[in-house]
Design a protein around this ligand. Sequence first.
Ligand SMILES: Nc1ncnc2c1ncn2[C@@H]1O[C@H](COP(=O)(O)OP(=O)(O)OP(=O)(O)O)[C@@H](O)[C@H]1O
Ligand SMILES: [Mg+2]
Length: 211
Amino acid sequence: MATRGRFITLEGLEGVGKTTNREHIHSLLADKNIDVLVTREPGGTELGEQLRHLLLHASTAVCAESELLMMAASRKQHTVEVIEPALRKGLWVLCDRYVDASFAYQGGGRELGAETVASVHELLSIDIKPDLTFLLDMPIADGLKRMAERGKPDKIEKEALAFFERARAAYLQRAQAQPARIKVVDASRALNDVQQQVQNELQAFLARCHG
Ligand SMILES: Nc1ncnc2c1ncn2[C@@H]1O[C@H](COP(=O)(O)OP(=O)(O)OP(=O)(O)O)[C@@H](O)[C@H]1O
Ligand SMILES: [Mg+2]
């Protein structure tokens, strides 16, 4: 039987550099001959991508609770269809956003609270935990600027500043509660500096895996 793979996630608000750093981590792991499956949420499966479209681009009205359940449906499908089988085969999984994002966006941003988010995940037995999470953090205004340079905002990106402040606070609170898993990276720095910290944390993690 293959040794179970490791599960690494990237978290943070819009435009902080999750996808950019995901590619960086992917190439660092590839250099170590580690086979990696790269994926994202919401999405990662056919159902998940359809839910992603509804959540981010369609004009359909979605209340906070429905949003949480749709995110959770996407995540459950992604977990059973993609993440768990890959980990079981020994692949490492690198995922743009996972459970922590619901604590930030639906729990914090939409103000449903951490307990509600936790109980939905419990109900659905979404119980695999990332082994390592990078939380890319920076002031809201800087992230919004990067996003504006990129063009047309989606539905969540059009939220008010206060929404993102609450989401950021919820992310940081979670990182504070789980410091061994969640590594906070100051994403406001030059990309080289950000990538250097990501690389250092990844190397420390790899050393722990082998130790
Ligand atoms: N440290 C950095 N300094 C300056 N620009 C950066 C930095 N990191 C990423 N960028 C740029 O900011 C933009 C957003 O980066 P990226 O797409 O990786 O963010 P993201 O977190 O994946 O965004 P989204 O939440 O929308 O998926 C890109 O144009 C990227 O090149
Ligand atoms: Mg991205």
